[in-house]
Design a protein around this ligand. Structure first.
Ligand code: SF4
Length: 447
C-alpha cells in the first residue's frame, strides 16, 4: 500500500510567498505518518517546498486543511479521486465542518488522528471505509510514536525540528478554533517523552508549535528545567501573561528560549472583553515586553483588527504602541469568523457575514461588516500597519533603536534582520504580484 500525505498551501503562489525564514516542517502530517503501521510506503508532500504530483500513484491521499485552503483542497481531492486514489481529509477545517468535507472525499478524520487514523487504515485494507472517523475521547499524549521526521525534504527548512508538547486550551477566545479542535482541557506530553524526542533528532535548535507552551506554568517549568542540559535553542508560542512569572522567564531563558510568538490581540479593553481573553492585561503589556527583553527573548506580537470596539484610529494607535514598547516583530491580521467558533455564530446571527467564500477566511481579507468602519477601511488600515511597520526605513530605525549588549548583538541582529526582511518580502509579493496597494486610510504615515 502507498500513502501520500499532503500539507497544502492556500493557493498556487504559496511556495513563492513563503520565505525560508517562515517555513516550518509540517508536524501534523508527520505525526500522522508516525501513526501509520510499519510496512506501508508513505510519502510527505509539503506545498511550501514542492509542487503536487497527481501521478504519485498513492492508494490513499491524506490532506490536512485550514479553512482558506478548503476550496482548493476540494479540487485537489477531486483530481486524486479521478485517478483512483481514496482521499482522506483532516485538519482544523475538516474538523469544524466534517459534513461539508465529507462531500468531497472518501473519509474525514475529525480532530486528532491518534486512534482514528490506524482504524481508518485497517478499514481501508478490509475495503470498508467509513465516512467519518472521530475519537470518543481526546487521546492521551503519553507514549505516542515519534513523528516521521525522516520523511521531510532535506535542506528545505531553516528550523528542521519541530515538536509539540501540549494540546488543547482552557481558554475559549471567541475567534479561535484551537479549543474546538483540541478541546478545552490542556493536555501535555510527559516531560521525559519530549526530552527523548529531542535527543532522537539530535536537534540543536527546536521549534515548539504548541498554541501556548506556557499554558500550565507548573508543567512548563518542569519542561524548561529538563531542557537545560540538552543545550538547545528554541522558539515557541506563549500567552503574554507568561511574562508575569519571573521564575518561568528565567527557566525559559536558561532552557534556550530565544523568541516567543505572543497573541497581544488588541490594545482595547472593550475588544479584549469581546473576545473573552481576560488573561491578557493590557496595562501590563509594555512591562511584559521589557521583561522578556531583559531575559534576552525576542517577541513577535500578534494583533487583530476589526473588533466591534475598533474605529479607524485603531491602526495608528496600535502601531504607535508597538514602536513605543519596542516590540521586535509584529503580525497584523483581520478578525476572521472561522467556522465552528463563537465569533462565527455571533456574526452569522447578526447577519454581518458578507463573504462566504472560504478562500477569503485567511485573516487577510475582510469577510464581515465591522461595527465602526467599512470593510474597505479595515482592509486598508491593516495593510497600512503592515507596510508602515515593515517599510525599509522603519525596519532600520527600529533595529537601531534596540539596545543590545555585545553577546546579544551577535545572537539576535542577524535573525531579526532575516525575519524583518522576510515579512517585507512577503508583503512586497502581495503588493506587487497581487496588486494590493493599500489606500491611505487617513492615517499619518511615519515614513
Ligand atoms: S487564542 Fe490562545 S488563549 Fe485563546 S483559545 Fe486560542 S489558543 Fe487559547
Amino acid at each position: 500500500m502507498r500513502i501520500l500525505l499532503i500539507s497544502p498551501g492556500k493557493d498556487e503562489d504559496y511556495a513563492k510567498r513563503m520565505g525560508l525564514a517562515f517555513k516550518l516542517p509540517p508536524l501534523g502530517i508527520t505525526t500522522v505518518a508516525g501513526l501509520t503501521k510499519p510496512g506501508i510506503d508513505i510519502r510527505l508532500l509539503d506545498e511550501q517546498v514542492e509542487a503536487i504530483d497527481f501521478n504519485d500513484g498513492a492508494d490513499i491521499v491524506g490532506i490536512s486543511m485550514m479553512t482558506a485552503a478548503a476550496p482548493r483542497v476540494y479540487r485537489l481531492a477531486e483530481e486524486f479521486r479521478r485517478r483512483g486514489a481514496k482521499v482522506v481529509l483532516g485538519g482544523p477545517h475538516a474538523s469544524a465542518v466534517p459534513e461539508e468535507a465529507a462531500q468531497h472525499c472518501d473519509a474525514v478524520v475529525v480532530g486528532e488522528a491518534e486512534g482514528s487514523w490506524p482504524r481508518l487504515i485497517e478499514d481501508f485494507e478490509k475495503g470498508k471505509l467509513e465516512k467519518i472517523y472521530a475519537n470518543a475521547e481526546k487521546p492521551s499524549l503519553a507514549g505516542l510514536p515519534e513523528p516521521r521526521r525522516d520523511l521531510y525534504k532535506k535542506k528545505a527548512y531553516l528550523i528542521k525540528n519541530t515538536f509539540q508538547t501540549t494540546r488543547g486550551c482552557p481558554y475559549a477566545c471567541s475567534f479561535c478554533s484551537v479549543s474546538g479542535v483540541f478541546g478545552e482541557q490542556y493536555r501535555s506530553k510527559p516531560v521525559e517523552d519530549v526530552v527523548r524526542s529531542i535527543e532522537i533528532t539530535k536537534a540543536r535548535f527546536a521549534g515548539f508549535i504548541d498554541d501556548n507552551i506556557c499554558g500550565n506554568k507548573k508543567y512548563s517549568k518542569e519542561l524548561f528545567k529538563a531542557l537545560i542540559p540538552l543545550h538547545v535553542g528554541w522558539i515557541g508560542q506563549a500567552s503574554v501573561n507568561a511574562a508575569e512569572d519571573l521564575e518561568l522567564l528565567q527557566l525559559a531563558k536558561k532552557s534556550g528560549c530565544v523568541g516567543l510568538f505572543m497573541g497581544f490581540e488588541t490594545l482595547s479593553q472593550g475588544s479584549m472583553g469581546e473576545i473573552g481573553k481576560s488573561q491578557n492585561k493590557i496595562a501590563a503589556f509594555k512591562d511584559n515586553i521589557k521583561r522578556l527583553h531583559d531575559h534576552g527573548i525576542i517577541v513577535l506580537g500578534a494583533f487583530v483588527f476589526g473588533f466591534d470596539s475598533d474605529d479607524v484610529d485603531v491602526f495608528k494607535r496600535t502601531v504607535d504602541f508597538i514602536y513605543d514598547a519596542k516590540l521586535d516583530l509584529a503580525q497584523f491580521t483581520n478578525l476572521t469568523p472561522l467556522p465552528g467558533t463563537q465569533l462565527h455564530k455571533k456574526l452569522a446571527a447578526e447577519n454581518r457575514i458578507i463573504d462566504t467564500d472560504w478562500r477569503h477566511y485567511d485573516t487577510e481579507s475582510v469577510v464581515f461588516k465591522p461595527a465602526q468602519m467599512t470593510p474597505d477601511q479595515l482592509w486598508n488600515g491593516t495593510g497600512w500597519a503592515w507596510n508602515n511597520f515593515y517599510s525599509r526605513g522603519n525596519i532600520l530605525r527600529r533595529m537601531m533603536g534596540m539596545k543590545f549588549d555585545i553577546i546579544r548583538l551577535g545572537m539576535y541582529v542577524v535573525p531579526l534582520l532575516i525575519m524583518n526582511f522576510g515579512f517585507k518580502k512577503a508583503l512586497d509579493f502581495d503588493n506587487v504580484v497581487k496588486n494590493t496597494f493599500f489606500k491611505d486610510p487617513g492615517i499619518r504615515n511615519k515614513d
